[in-house]
Design a protein around this ligand. Structure first.
Ligand code: PA5
Length: 425
């Protein structure tokens, strides 16, 4: 079970402040737990089973196993909410079997990166999955065309349709294209915005293809939903509300950046997903903490200096995995050669890394609030809990800030300028 540890909050935002503020926002919590009428059209994620019931998971798993039998590479074309959650889970858990890989496309316009992506497909039997809620975004749209051209050059025309699946909005240009060309088409949940789609077919198909246990992942989310939407519990016992309040109190105290840090590089994808979730949901109306991330130990030797002594703008949330898996163990042997590191003889890197974690948190907490989100271990179930926890907290946090969590009007600005250049309009 996921736990919010407040032992290192420090003096600027205390646990008592968080308890008081959480008690005072009981009514908001109740509205969010129920799902507010004004946001109904964006709340399809709140009840996990709406888009990830057991029957839906079975259908996704069946399609994934058909694709696994016929191919060895799954190209997920998508950007932002259309690829981040799948990438976060796969980076965290590793691609479980070496016979099937997932390749990312549709998130860049860099020709170098696109050429590398195409090169990685050489010698493989690929299926492409184009995920686009609004099939106007340039990055996925251009990659989809590029990959169809690649397929035409690499396989028989009669085979292409079996190697393309798409996920989009009913009655969209993408659905029409699928109907005309005979590609499989699945529905992108109309009542879920991209960054809240972790537990929907948008990501679950790629994960099932890669060999991830999507039942365990979704079960983790369901268990977290049950805890966070339990209306009989006191508001101050709701961990997602407490985390949202810590962020809000930090904002009111003048902090402007939240750093999400971890000592497990495999969690970097979770950080990217979290940055999009909070950045697009809260960064509006001249408000919101800037979500940034750090991968320790490496960033202790760069950002660490700023955290400890730079402009006092930051709070820092740490992710901590409590239990080691077999593959997390690595003992450092002794040596006859004098290298000055004898104090490490016979120590396990798991414990060395933990010592660094505890020292870092203690040092940073002298200066800034450092709540910790603890995961029992790193597996599908705990990741399901974590992603649901963040989505629910994000909804609460945006509401405390009095901004709409489910739109992103600012993203349009660059698009209009870019389209003017590209279309010559
Ligand atoms: O969270 C969101 O809604 C956005 O970040 C979208 O996911 C992102 O812009 C991609 O949108 P689309 O899949 O419609 O191209």
């Amino acid at each position: 079970m996921l736990r919010l540890n407040e032992a290192s909050l420090g003096a600027r935002v205390t646990s008592d402040d968080v308890t008081r503020a959480s008690r005072a926002s009981g009514e908001l919590l109740a509205q969010v737990q129920k799902g507010e009428v004004c946001y109904r059209s964006s709340l399809g994620w709140l009840h996990v089973d709406e888009w990830a019931s057991v029957e839906q998971l079975v259908r996704i798993a069946e399609l994934a196993s058909r694709l696994r039998a016929e191919t060895d590479t799954f190209v997920l074309i998508g950007v932002g909410g259309s690829n981040n959650a799948a990438r976060a889970v796969l980076r965290a858990l590793g691609q479980p079997d070496s016979t099937h890989q997932v390749v990312w496309a549709g998130n860049t316009l860099s020709p170098r990166a696109l050429n590398e992506m195409l090169a990685s497909l050489e010698g493989h039997e690929a299926v492409i999955d184009c995920v686009a809620k609004n099939f106007e975004t340039l990055e996925p749209g251009s990659s989809f065309r590029l990959l169809r051209q690649w397929m035409s050059a690499h396989m028989d025309a009669s085979q292409i349709a079996r190697h393309i699946v798409c996920c989009g909005t009913p009655k969209s240009q993408l659905e029409k294209l699928c109907t005309d060309e005979g590609y499989a088409f699945t529905t992108f949940p109309p009542n879920v915005g991209g960054r809240f789609t972790a537990f929907t077919p948008v990501h679950l198909l790629a994960l099932a293809y890669a060999g991830i246990d999507i039942h365990a992942l979704v079960q983790g989310a369901r268990d977290e939903e049950r805890r966070l939407r339990q209306t009989s519990a006191r508001p101050e016992d709701n961990a997602a509300l407490r985390y949202a309040q810590i962020r809000h109190l930090a904002w009111e105290e003048g902090m402007r950046v939240e750093l999400l840090s971890s000592f497990e590089p495999c969690l970097s994808g979770v950080s990217l997903w979290w940055q999009q979730l909070f950045g697009e949901s809260e960064g509006k109306g001249d408000r919101g903490l800037l979500p940034a991330s750090a991968q320790y130990s490496e960033d202790l030797h760069s950002l660490g200096q700023y955290v400890q002594e730079g402009t006092p703008l930051l709070m820092e949330t740490l992710l901590d995995v409590l239990e080691a898996r077999e593959s997390d163990r690595l003992v450092l042997g002794g040596t006859d050669v004098a290298d000055g590191f004898d104090y490490l003889d016979g120590m396990d890197f798991w414990d060395i890394n933990k010592a660094s974690f505890h020292a870092t948190r203690a040092a940073h907490a002298r200066r800034l609030p450092c709540p910790t989100i603890e995961l029992e271990r790193l597996d599908e179930h705990t990741l399901g809990e974590l992603l649901y926890f963040f989505m629910f907290s994000c909804y609460l946090s945006a509401r405390l800030l009095e901004v709409n969590p489910f739109n992103q009007p600012g993203v349009e600005a660059y698009k209009q300028l870019m389209f003017r250049t590209l279309r010559g309009a």
